[in-house]
Design a binder for this molecule. Structure first.
Ligand code: TYM
Length: 334
C-alpha cells in the first residue's frame, strides 16, 4: 500500500478551503492508502498565537478530522508536537537549506509583509519544518491545496540535495514525495474578493465559511458575499472570478458535474442562485457538525485516538530520523 501524509495548521477554525482543498480528498482516497494526517501545532506558532487557545484549537481540529469522515481503520491521526523527531529533523535539514530558497517562498513573502516588524525566524524556516513533517514518513503522496505546491517543490529539492550530499544514487536515504492536488476545489476563493484565496488570516469573517458555522451564519455570509450585476451564471469567465468560485462551490457541494451545473445556472440571476447555494452548503455541513458535537462530548475518546496515533507515528518518524542522522555522520553510540 502506498503511504499518504498531510497536515493542517491548528490556527483558528477550519474553513471550506481547507475542507475542499484538503480533507475531502484525504477522506475520499483513504481506503486505498496507508494514511497519516496530523495537526500542525508547531506551524501554528509561526504567527503570533494565543497560548490559552492553542491546545483547544488543536483538539477542535482533531475532532473535525474525524467528523469529516477520516476512518481510524485506514488512518493515523496525531499531533505534530507530540513527535519530537519533527523538530530535530527540521534542524538537520535547515543546515542544508539555502537561505534564498526560503526567502523566495510566496507564502513567506505575503505573511512577512502582513506582519511587519513582528516576523519570527520560524516564519522563514516554516517550509523546512514542513519538509521534515513529510520526509520522516516517506509518503508516496501528499494531498494539499494549490497554495502548498511551492512548499512541496522545496521539499523535493531538499531530498535531492540531501541525497546528493549524504547518499549515493543507488541507495538514496530520503524519498521524494509527490504532491496530490485535485483540480476541483484546490483553490477556494474568498467570498468578499474572488481574486484572493479563502484564508484563516483574512480579518473579515465574511470572507470565509467555517465548517462549524451555524445555518443562519452561512445564510448571512452568502447573502452578503460579493457578486456582479450580470444575469446568467457561467464558469471560467476571467472577468467574473466570484461567479466562477460560487458555481464551483455549488458544483462540489451538490455532487454534480460541471456540465449539469452550467446548464442549470446558465439563465439564473443571483437572487435565485444564492438561496440554492445556501441550502446546499447548509446540508453539506450539517452531518459534519452533528458528528463533531458527538465527538466533542467524549473527551476521553479523542485523547486515546491521539495517544495511539502518536505511538504509531513516532515509530516511523524515529526510524527515518536515525537513518538520516547516520548518513550525516552521527554515528557515536549513545
Ligand atoms: P494550511 O493549514 O494553511 O491549510 C491546510 C490545507 O488546506 C489547503 N487550503 C486550501 N485549499 C483550497 N483553497 C483554499 N482557499 C485553501 N486554503 C488552505 C492547504 O493547501 C492545505 O492543504 N503548511 C501547511 C500545513 C502543513 C503540511 C505539512 C501540509 C504542515 N506540514 C506537511 C502537508 C504536509 C499549512 O499551513 O496548510
Amino acid at each position: 500500500r502506498q503511504r499518504v501524509l498531510s497536515g493542517i495548521q491548528t490556527t483558528g477554525y477550519l474553513h471550506l478551503g481547507n475542507y475542499l482543498g484538503a480533507i475531502r480528498n484525504w477522506v475520499e482516497g483513504q481506503s486505498q492508502y496507508d494514511n497519516y494526517f496530523f495537526l500542525a501545532d508547531l506551524h501554528a506558532i509561526t504567527v503570533p498565537h494565543n497560548p490559552e487557545t492553542l491546545a483547544a484549537d488543536t483538539y477542535t481540529i482533531a475532532a473535525l478530522y474525524l467528523a469529516c469522515g477520516l476512518d481510524l481503520q485506514y488512518t493515523t491521526i496525531f499531533v505534530q508536537s507530540h513527535v519530537p523527531a519533527h523538530t530535530e529533523f527540521a534542524w538537520l535539514l535547515s543546515c542544508i537549506t539555502p537561505l534564498n530558497w526560503l526567502e523566495d517562498m510566496i507564502q513567506f513573502k505575503e505573511k512577512a509583509v502582513k506582519q511587519g516588524q513582528d516576523v519570527g525566524t520560524g516564519l522563514l524556516t516554516y517550509p523546512v519544518l514542513m519538509a521534515s513533517d513529510i520526509l520522516l514518513y516517506e509518503p508516496d503522496k501528499v494531498p494539499v491545496g494549490e497554495d502548498q505546491k511551492q512548499h512541496l517543490e522545496l521539499t523535493r529539492d531538499l531530498v535531492d540535495r540531501f541525497n546528493h550530499k549524504f547518499a549515493t544514487p543507488e541507495q538514496p536515504v530520503l524519498k521524494r514525495p509527490a504532491p496530490l492536488i485535485r483540480s476541483e476545489g484546490a483553490r477556494v476563493m474568498s467570498l468578499t474578493d474572488g481574486t484572493r484565496k479563502m484564508s484563516k488570516s483574512d480579518p473579515s469573517e465574511l470572507s470565509r465559511i467555517n465548517l462549524l458555522d451555524p445555518p443562519e451564519v452561512i445564510q448571512n455570509k452568502i447573502k452578503r458575499c460579493k457578486t456582479d450585476p450580470i444575469r446568467g451564471l457561467v464558469f471560467g469567465d476571467p472577468e467574473r472570478p466570484e461567479c466562477n468560485n460560487l458555481l464551483t462551490l455549488y458544483m462540489i457541494l451538490s455532487n454534480q458535474t460541471k456540465e449539469a451545473v452550467a446548464a442549470e445556472c446558465r439563465e439564473m440571476g443571483w437572487g435565485q442562485f444564492k438561496p440554492l447555494l445556501t441550502e446546499t452548503m447548509i446540508s453539506a455541513l450539517q452531518p459534519i457538525q452533528e458528528k463533531y458535537k458527538a465527538i466533542m462530548d467524549d473527551q476521553g475518546y479523542l485523547e486515546s485516538v491521539l495517544r495511539s496515533g502518536r505511538e504509531k507515528a513516532s515509530a516511523i518518524a524515529n526510524e527515518t530520523l536515525t537513518k538520516a542522522k547516520k548518513a550525516m555522520g552521527y554515528t557515536l553510540p549513545l
